[in-house]
Design a protein around this ligand. Sequence first.
Ligand SMILES: Cc1cc2nc3c(=O)[nH]c(=O)nc-3n(C[C@H](O)[C@H](O)[C@H](O)COP(=O)(O)OP(=O)(O)OC[C@H]3O[C@@H](n4cnc5c(N)ncnc54)[C@H](O)[C@@H]3O)c2cc1C
Length: 524
Amino acid sequence: MSRYDYVVVGAGSAGSVLAARLTEDPGVRVALIEAGGPDTAQEIHVPAAFPQLFKSDLDWDLDSEPEPGIGGRRVYLPRGRMFGGSSSMNAMLYVRGNRADYDGWAAAGATGWSYAEVLPYFRRAEDNQRGEDEYHGAGGPLTVSDARFAHPLASAFVRAAEQAGHKPNEDFNGATQFGVGRYQVTQRGGMRCSTAVAYLHPALERPNLTVLPSARAHRVVVEGGRATGVEVERGGTVEVVRAEREVILSAGAYESPKLLMLSGIGPGATLAALGIDVLRDLPVGQGLQDHYMTLLNFRTDAESMLSAATPENAALLQSEGRGPLTSTLAESGGFFRSRDELTAPDVQFHAAGLLYHQEGLGAPTEHGLAFGPCVLAPTGRGTVTPRSPRPDAAPRIQHNFLTTQEDRDCIVAGIRLALEIADQPAVADLVTGPYDTPASASEDDILDWARRAGHTLYHPTSTCAIGAVVDPELRVLDVAGLRVVDASVFPSVPRGNTNAPTIMAAEKAADLITGAAPLTPAAR
Ligand SMILES: Cc1cc2nc3c(=O)[nH]c(=O)nc-3n(C[C@H](O)[C@H](O)[C@H](O)COP(=O)(O)OP(=O)(O)OC[C@H]3O[C@@H](n4cnc5c(N)ncnc54)[C@H](O)[C@@H]3O)c2cc1C
């Protein structure tokens, strides 16, 4: 039987950060349990290749239950299953959300999570190639860069948005989030900088870090009200990996709540229906949020990213870390408000020089471009529950996309913005016709199309939220020695892509776990 101080489940965005930070103390022994394997496949590291990971062995390849707000359609939900987790398959956009997200969390009881208090953790993580300033850090493990390639079709979106009257913004993570521009990316030398690359690989040689790949956690072992280990299946054998100090779940917003529930920590009625003994009755899996996204697809005669995968471009990537294959596809975008009275954005755009349709699974066969909005500050909430007591059964996931009037109004307003931008010369002069767009600008046609064409922006959060399931130090309520550290703990989904906030949360959690003094709050 193996014994460790900390057992971390999941080597994803959060788990890789924790494993690296906790083992900086050579006296601390950490086991990192990961269902997937090392991140060796080339398509993980070539930025433009990320859609090739969809439905592969490196993808958990989940589906939602039939979604009532979008005509009963199931939504494909990719998740990374490898070192780096979803940071090894994501689109690499570096976005932190809005200060209102964190100030809102703190105001609702998440003590220590205000914008001023989390900004130092964003900065500690960061090695921004633009250098250090009051918002950005330099010298941290996570390389954040300006993109090394700008596809003209993705840039056309920015010009068209400016022609429609929207202001340019060079830094969505700076003084203001509003405006349009190009995203900064988590890339180093033009290649993906996942948390495996940034944090885990440099720590792998440490004698006090034991990584167990291809090992699937089944449940947390709780004895006398304290988590003492994790039951793990590896190569057909089930063993308990013992934690002398803490068990930390970093399995992501779908799997962490499932693991808690399989351990008897969750809604009493749900657990009872599954025949699981109830240890703690907590609303685990209840506040699920995500960003529902739609992309208008247009045909063009201009060359798109469709023709990017050439031997010359592969050689350029290998030799210089440059060229179209460094593209994140969604290269540009922006943040908008659907109503004048809002002080923070509620709509985010992504724009790509490529057709992107059928949930990213419809491989493009002709040149095109795609851009569109997501519901950035959703009011809808969904659920995650175990399908069965079997640990290998995929969870039941119900996002409840577009089930609230606010969320429907938001997507309609966002699509109207997209149609306005599409009418500007910078885009209109390039477009030869619609590929997948609403039939008209009427509310009915827009909503009907949004229900059929929309998909996840891959940002599930809030299933083990601070205040409901964990305390502000991320300790599971009323269970000793057990924390959740990943996107599950966010009280609400931040207004932006969720990798950077997850890394920030894990950086902060490392200090909470070791008892280090919190970093000094930012002055502003
Ligand atoms: C296709 C895609 C595109 C995205 N694009 C962006 C983007 O451009 N920018 C951005 O900021 N965010 C993006 N995201 C979202 C972002 O990557 C995630 O929010 C973030 O990675 C979540 O981190 P996490 O630690 O909560 O979970 P994950 O990174 O998913 O980590 C969970 C880990 O736990 C492992 N695991 C799960 N269950 C078990 C178990 N039972 N036993 C052992 N191991 C287990 C998994 O294999 C995985 O490695 C994208 C995500 C996807 C999928």
